[in-house]
Write a protein that binds this ligand. Structure first.
Ligand code: ADP
Length: 396
């Protein structure tokens, strides 16, 4: 039996999990419990060719993980027989302090609790996941893998905000970057796919999922990324605004009388493509555009405009770019987004092959023309595998 790692990714009302054999890199099972805390929570599990789902009351994350184990057992996968050696946790914010995958102990949990104000929407569910897994699987080591880790050594010029230095230092205000596990994994996969040493190339990675971020990477080390102190900065996302003038926040507070939490909620959950078009799934967005929906058209245009701005910025940051990779739900599947992001950029060294771009394929692939100075790739991300591998690395 191969050693397996249970990877958990907790949101405030969801628990996403994956059972991964890090070597050779097989996903044995995966699933999600959604709407935790409601009478109609939905739990799904895909395991060994079986798909199982349950809709029922799930009071909390503890109950969600218990239900997951029950569903595993019903599908024939008893925990004792799965070869579990560790539980890996995606933790969004590691602050300045944490960037290596870290074996969880009481001190780490206490420190993560103190970091919660830096990522109030994202870190508390991650810590909750750790606590639940420790209770239910007390004999297994738990490892925290931080979404900020890859960007820990971002050059100061990219990491610092141009604001009062004392205030910034006192409150830890800097650009931390997120989706690091994905940016690192995809940049390594891109180099491996091309058969080159990552140390010898410069890359742009475009992680376009529901959350979206871009990074510029030289020799395997990031030199810039679009997310900042929180995952709100940068590209237009499914429900997050990305870059806005901070003046908007003061205006809404002072003039519109909105509470800080309401503004934060709006910018995180009711903005981006959803805020403009009422939907955040790009498949839906395209249908609306085809039917002449002006709001959907505007949302798409704003999304593409921002994406092109970041690509242009990172071409300038890098000076010389070898590879651009698209990844995550939109990046891997939406040929139109890829085309519209890069069209007309031949003078900057980017020429897509329309046929390759549009051919429906899975797996890593080239979508640029043979003579394009910059190679454009689609590289599926696999954050769960990267977390599982980082976990094993932390234990040895
Ligand atoms: P996250 O992990 O941030 O939740 P994903 O990387 O899974 O997000 O991306 C989810 C998004 O990908 C969906 O909201 C949808 O917009 C987009 N997506 C998924 N499949 C397709 C597809 N076939 N065509 C276009 N967009 C897609």
């Amino acid at each position: 039996m191969q050693p397996a790692v249970l990877v958990l990714n907790c949101g405030s009302s969801s628990l996403k999990y994956s059972l991964v054999e890090p070597d050779p890199g097989t996903s044995v099972a995966h699933g999600i419990v959604e709407r935790i805390g409601s009478d109609h929570a939905l739990a799904t599990l895909a395991y060994g060719g079986l798909k199982v789902s349950r809709e029922r009351r799930v009071t909390d994350h503890d109950a969600a993980l218990r239900l997951t184990f029950e569903m595993f057992a019903e599908a024939g996968g008893h925990l004792e027989t799965l070869g579990l050696v560790a539980v890996g946790h995606r933790v969004v914010h590691g602050g300045r302090e944490f960037y290596r995958p870290t074996v969880v102990d009481d001190a780490l949990i206490a420190r993560l609790g103190e970091l919660a104000p830096l990522a109030p929407l994202h870190n508390p569910p991650g810590v909750l996941g750790i606590e639940v897994a420790r209770r239910l699987l007390p004999d297994l080591p738990q490892v925290a893998v931080f979404d900020t880790a890859f960007f820990h050594d971002l050059p100061d010029a990219a990491a610092a905000y141009a604001i009062d230095r004392e205030v910034a230092e006192a409150w830890g205000l800097r650009r931390y970057g997120f989706h690091g596990t994905s940016h690192q994994y995809v940049s390594e996969q891109a180099a491996a796919f091309l058969g080159v040493d990552p140390a010898g190339i410069s890359q742009i990675v475009l992680h376009l999922g529901n959350g979206a971020s871009a990074s510029a990477i030289v020799g395997g080390r990031p030199v810039d990324t679009s997310m900042g102190m929180t995952p709100m900065e940068g590209l237009v996302m499914g429900t997050r605004s990305g870059d806005v003038d901070p003046g908007i926040v003061f205006y809404l507070g002072r003039t519109a009388g909105m509470a800080t939490e309401d503004i934060e909620n709006m910018l995180n959950r009711r903005s981006g493509v959803f805020g403009l078009a009422g939907h955040n799934d790009f498949r839906e967005l395209h249908k609306l555009i085809e039917n002449g929906d002006a709001a959907a058209r505007l949302a798409y245009d704003v999304y593409i405009h921002r994406l092109r701005k970041y690509i242009g910025a990172y071409l300038a940051v890098l000076g010389n770019t070898d590879v651009i990779s698209f990844t995550a739900g939109v990046g891997e599947n939406d040929a139109m987004v890829r085309r519209d992001a890069l069209t007309g950029l031949a003078p900057l060294g980017i020429e897509l092959d329309e046929h390759l771009n549009e051919s429906p394929a899975n797996g890593p692939r080239v979508i640029s023309a043979e003579n394009s100075p910059i190679t454009v790739l689609v590289i599926p991300t696999n954050e769960e595998l990267a977390i599982a591998r980082a976990c094993l690395g932390a234990l040895h």
